[in-house]
Design a protein around this ligand. Structure first.
Ligand SMILES: [Mg+2]
Length: 346
């Protein structure tokens, strides 16, 4: 994060102060009941982390200073728990109206590139939030630039093994009430949210056993919010997707990432000190710079970015280069070269 001393706080914009929980306890309550499985022994954190500070109006000078130095703004957004409240039935998840409106406003802003970075498959998440030109699905294993899709080649190779694992899990977990196995083609999810609490340890144990035996060295299990994710044993996550997206944008781009789960932590780390990272939730330890409590608070942050934030970035853009920087719209970049052979998303 940029040096606060460089900021000028005119004190006139207090809208972001409402990111305090005072007005959205209904949504916060839903999220607050959902954090018990994010601090298990499965956590990838090797050192104890602290919850980031709640984002309030007192941080506006810091945000202003960061954006005032930007030539372009990259806004990366997780979906579930960030734009959309967590719900029992994953198929029912939908962004809040306020977030839908705020995202649409950012999509239309010239100095902003907006990307959705989700654990859902591309095909799934694209039906739930429309507008952004960039989507990263399956925790960054598949990327969509406009109508072009690239799939991580190793994940693509292991899709057949994943399907076998999902079929085995259907059989093994079949007797357990309300468990749901979702094959997302490159990764799989075992949903335990609606499973009776007493049966959840059994679901986790059996899932790990099946993935070990059927997935072999190709697949592994990682935890999320009342889900278990099954994915390829490769060093690739949301943070790598954010790195790839950032690499296609102009120098001076400030990245921002908002997410709510353990899988978003790699993205927070990718943002580093030059960007803005925000974890959604109550008291989850995180490497993010700030936290907000709920998707309702996310909308207020995005609204602020779409007005005051865009104005700050736009000023910098005009002073730098006039029209030159935007003649070739950087939001319409080619598929990055880090994946040598883009694979058709059949
Ligand atoms: Mg999420």
């Amino acid at each position: 994060m940029s040096d606060q001393s460089a900021a000028t706080d005119d004190g006139s914009d207090t809208s972001i102060e409402s990111t305090d929980a005072s007005t959205d306890t209904d949504i916060d309550a839903g999220i607050g009941t959902d954090t018990d499985e994010t601090t298990t022994d499965d956590s990838p954190h090797e050192t104890p982390l602290q919850p980031p500070p709640l984002l309030t109006g007192e941080h506006l000078p810091q945000l202003r200073a960061t954006l005032a130095n930007a030539t372009h703004l990259l806004v990366c957004l997780d979906f579930d728990g960030t734009l959309a409240p967590i719900v029992d039935e994953p198929d029912a998840a939908a962004p809040t109206t306020a977030n839908e409106t705020a995202v649409a406003g950012l999509v239309d802003a010239a100095p902003v590139t907006t990307a959705i970075v989700s654990g859902r498959s591309l095909a799934d998440v694209r039906t739930r939030i429309d507008g952004p030109r960039i989507y990263a699905g399956n925790h960054g294993l598949e990327l969509a630039w406009n109508e072009t899709v690239a799939v991580h080649p190793v994940a693509h190779e292991r899709a057949a093994r994943l399907e076998t694992v999902c079929e085995a899990l259907e059989t093994v977990l079949g007797p357990i009430p309300n468990v749901r196995i979702e094959n997302k083609r490159l990764t799989g999810t075992v949903h335990v949210r609606t499973v009776p609490p007493a049966a959840r340890p059994t679901v986790r144990r059996l899932t790990r056993t099946v993935v070990d035996r059927v997935g072999g060295d190709e697949l592994e299990v990682s935890p999320g919010k009342r889900i278990l994710e099954i994915g390829p044993t490769i060093d690739w996550g949301k943070g790598d997707a954010v790195d790839v997206i950032t690499s296609t944008l102009p120098d001076g781009t400030v990245p921002l990432y908002i997410g709510d789960d353990v899988t978003d932590e790699s993205a927070f780390r990718a943002i580093d000190a030059d960007g803005i990272s925000i974890r959604v939730g109550d008291e989850d330890p995180s490497t993010a710079s700030f936290r907000v409590r709920s998707p309702a608070a996310v909308a207020r942050v995005l609204d602020w970015l779409g007005t005051a934030g865009v104005e700050l970035v736009g000023q910098r853009t005009q002073s730098l280069s006039g029209t030159e920087l935007w003649n070739d719209d950087p939001r319409v970049g080619p598929i990055p070269e880090r994946w040598p052979t883009p694979v058709a998303n059949e």
